[in-house]
Ligand binder design. Structure first.
Ligand code: UD1
Length: 339
């Protein structure tokens, strides 16, 4: 099949492009490059041996999307990964987040449906689940729009929109993928996560300490009700996550379908840091700090629906993710800026 990946030059998008190409599909990337680099296309080409078109454009702009269809279409599917995703920033700039994260969906749906796409795959988040009593979260667990930040709320709002659109468009397969915590990089070391400025998320922060760009890892909270007192998350290797997109697209379930993409294995902050230290063969300086506002004790999923229905299961471990993240970071100490 031929897929348009909106936000395709980003962290998850680039890995998804590689997975789709390696499965024999064709991809075109549309990205405004606000949080991604044009160098990604050449790197994807180097990994896969295939040419990739990257169009620089805004996925809220119907005209820009239509132009991509004119030049590179027709497409069977749109994979929508174009979003603002900085949780802290989203609480400061809610209008920007709702505007971008919803209008991308509206524009991609309008143009895509007018041009006859069959599938629409949406990148959502495990943070839409609202009740810790439901752990591990299944797709049936309670969700809310009453979440702690505008980023997560915008993702849940999108899901609501997509469910309604799917109901009245039975020829369109709408699939929502709820990601847990994506980590790691392609094992080639050619593509990986490249956050601008100081990273907010744990694994990229640890990576920057490992290359000496940041001084010490801060462990946010050691008094949680967990085995070692630190927070538990479901860290999924980005290559596994990318393959989940391929499986979902190939299945093409009619109607509106939701899948959790995670490992189902809770890993603590200290376990993740220990895994990274093993990968680099040395200890990292750490500070045990207070809890970070807005953090939950634990979040991890039951990924069995994706295994049952898509035949997809995460295969890689946190140690694989640490090894691959380190390869990416050590080979590209300035990320794509150094390319
Ligand atoms: C965050 C987002 C979530 C998003 C996900 C993407 C919040 C509230 N949630 O999840 O919406 O989908 O990233 O991966 O930001 N930690 C440290 N030190 C650090 C950074 C983090 O100890 O420097 C801890 C946190 O307290 C948490 C764990 O590491 O227990 C994971 O944090 P992080 O990587 O930021 O992800 P989430 O907060 O789970």
């Amino acid at each position: 099949m031929r897929a348009l990946l909106a936000g395709g030059a980003g962290y998850v998008g680039a890995h998804t492009a590689v997975a789709l190409l390696e499965a024999g599909h064709e991809v075109v990337l549309l990205d405004d490059l606000s949080n991604a680099s044009a160098a990604v296309a050449e790197r994807i080409g180097r990994i896969t041996g295939k040419d990739v078109s990257l169009v620089s454009g805004d996925a809220t702009d119907e005209g820009a999307i239509a132009a991509v269809f004119d030049e590179h279409g027709p497409f069977d599917a749109i994979v929508h990964l174009a979003a603002f995703k900085a949780v802290g920033e989203s609480t400061q700039k809610p209008l920007d987040y709702y505007d971008n994260n919803l209008n991308t969906t509206f524009a991609l749906l309008r143009v895509g449906m007018a041009r006859g796409i069959r599938s629409f795959l949406f990148s959502s988040t495990g943070t839409v689940y609202s009740d810790p009593a439901d752990l591990p979260f299944t797709e049936e667990s309670k969700t809310s729009v009453d979440l702690s930040n505008a980023y997560s709320k915008s993702k849940r709002m999108n899901e609501v929109v997509l469910e309604d659109v799917a109901r009245v468009n039975p020829d369109l397969d709408v699939t929502v993928l709820r990601y847990f915590n994506p980590v790691g990089a392609h094992p080639s070391g050619l593509i990986g996560e490249d956050p601008k400025g100081v990273p907010n998320n744990l694994m990229p922060y640890v990576q920057r300490v490992a290359i000496g760009e940041l001084d010490r890892v801060g462990v946010f909270g050691t008094d949680y009700d967990t085995p070692d007192g630190t927070g538990l998350r479901d860290y999924i290797h980005v290559v596994d996550l990318a393959e989940g997109h391929v499986a979902a697209l190939e299945k093409g379930e009619p109607g509106y379908t939701v899948y959790n993409l995670g490992t189902g294995e809770p890993v603590s902050v200290l376990q993740l840091i220990a895994s990274f230290e093993k990968a680099i063969g040395r200890e990292l300086p750490k500070d045990l700090l207070e809890r970070r506002a807005g953090d939950v004790t634990a979040t991890y999923c039951d990924p069995s629906k994706a295994e049952r229905e898509l035949g997809w299961k995460a295969k890689l471990t946190i140690d694989d993710a640490s090894r691959d993240a380190w390869k990416w970071q050590s080979q590209n100490p300035q990320g794509f800026a150094g390319v």
